[in-house]
Design a protein around this ligand. Structure first.
Ligand code: S3P
Length: 428
């Protein structure tokens, strides 16, 4: 039986929020903590199921991981190497866990196996298998998909030009490069999030960065860190877009990740007509963090393509969800990657928005969604995908009548507290 939730329309969005730690950073800090010397202390660790899978994989690899409550996680690093797991490593729904940990396990002197849920089992892994194999690991898969069986080896450095823009692949190869002999380079076709690079530096590794090319010398030692993880900006995007739907809204988000490779949604909403103020700005472990306030005045239009699509990759579902309520609509192009995320997000968005009465065009690589539409509450499905569940919850706020969202519990993959937090800032 799939979980379902009834969503009522809203009159306004207002309030102040502080969100659990960014998912991308939580994964990377935890993984590097496992390799470091000493005890890493992380505050405001992500509460999502994905990051919990990273922690349970680390435990299975012999790391002591203590969850102290209140978002505090302490990880005892194993410095010189991980322990062979006694069973297959379960990554659940988390592509990040599987792809990035693959880079680390490719360099261990044992064989390990990775499994995932039905969604993850359909996702492409050739993108990490190819470079890690070129570095010397042996990896068996189900025709480029999970499960993976990784026979680790002493890795050789590589100079790798990534065919797809993927931060997970970039981090995977850099983590393998950290453990390899020689200097590894990774070059990406478009800039993607740079948390892997910043996390490596925070843990004391030296790297070089020039344009879209990163270099790392192998066999460097990492030192444990103490860090507070900034609020997840991809989660914030759902609340910011919800607020952007109402002319009188006012939403403040404190302690938010504002890394420029992640915060493109703020620039886009501002360019579309929302008023966005940065109230404070600091740097923690190389990551920009601050407080932002959004006051909406109605959204105009946007055409999102190329590098902007890559920069907004996790925010595209919620942008599509608000598109019908904008003045001139939103067109999303160059987003073929959305078809191989936790679900085929283009198809899932098109199905749900159409069920709510929206007119739109489904393209091979995106969506064309006209503005000034009136949507009505309907039965929509998350397709088991956290960002689709949360996107439809936002679309429901401006629909006429109630919306029934099936598979709503998928939201727990990144933000289990999503619906209660939404209730806190929504005025009905
Ligand atoms: C992520 C990178 C992106 C993103 C995912 C998290 C990361 O995936 O969609 O949610 O933490 O590096 P790709 O690397 O597949 O683009």
């Amino acid at each position: 039986m799939r979980n379902e939730i009834i969503l009522q329309p809203a009159r306004n969005v207002a309030g102040t929020l502080r969100l659990p730690g960014d998912k991308s950073i939580s994964h990377r800090y935890a993984l590097l903590a496992g390799l470091a010397e000493g005890r890493t202390v992380l505050e405001n660790f992500s509460t999502g199921e994905d990051c919990a899978h990273t922690l349970s994989c680390l435990r299975a690899l012999g790391c002591q991981v203590d969850e102290m409550g209140g978002g505090r996680v302490e990880i005892e690093g194993r410095g010189s190497g991980l322990a062979a797991p006694s069973a297959a490593l379960d990554c659940g729904n988390s592509g990040s866990t599987m792809r990035m940990l693959a880079g680390i396990l490719a360099a261990q002197n044992f064989t390990s196996e990775f499994v995932g849920d039905a969604s993850l089992s359909r996702r492409p892994m050739a993108r990490v298998i190819e470079p890690l194999t070129a570095m010397g690991a042996r990896i068996a898969s189900n025709d480029g998909r999970p499960p993976l069986r990784i026979s680790g080896a002493k890795l050789r450095a590589i100079d790798y030009k990534m065919p797809v823009a993927s931060a997970q692949v970039k981090s995977s190869v850099l983590f393998a490069g950290l453990l390899a002999e020689g200097e590894t380079f990774v070059e990406e076709p478009l800039a993607t999030r740079d948390h892997g690079e910043l996390a490596l530096q925070a843990f004391g590794a030296e790297i070089t960065r020039a344009r879209n090319r990163v270099g790392i010398t192998g066999e460097q030692r990492l030192r444990a860190i103490q860090a507070r993880i900034p609020g997840d900006v991809s989660t914030a995007a759902f609340f910011l877009c919800a607020a952007a739907l109402f002319p009188e809204s006012s939403l403040t988000i404190e302690d938010l990740l504002l890394n420029p490779t992640r915060a493109a949604v703020l620039d886009l909403l501002a360019a579309m007509g929302a008023r966005i103020l940065t109230l404070s700005l600091e740097v923690h472990n190389g990551e920009l963090v601050g407080t932002v306030k959004l006051e909406a005045g109605g959204l105009k239009s946007a055409i999102i393509s190329g590098a902007q699509t890559a920069a907004l990759i996790d925010e595209l579902p919620v942008l599509a969800a608000v598109a019908p309520y904008t003045e001139e609509g939103i067109e999303i192009r160059d987003a073929r990657e959305l078809r191989v995320k936790e679900s085929d997000r283009i198809a899932a968005l098109a199905a749900g928005l159409r069920a709510m009465g929206a007119e739109l065009e489904e393209l091979d690589d995106g969506l064309r969604i006209p503005g000034r539409q009136k949507l009505r509450g309907a039965r929509v499905d998350s397709a088991g995908d956290h960002r689709i569940a949360m996107a439809f919850a936002v679309a429901a706020l401006r629909a006429e009548g109630e919306t029934t969202l099936t598979g709503a519990d998928a939201a727990a993959v990144s933000y289990p507290e999503f619906f209660s937090t939404l209730d806190r800032v929504v005025e009905r």
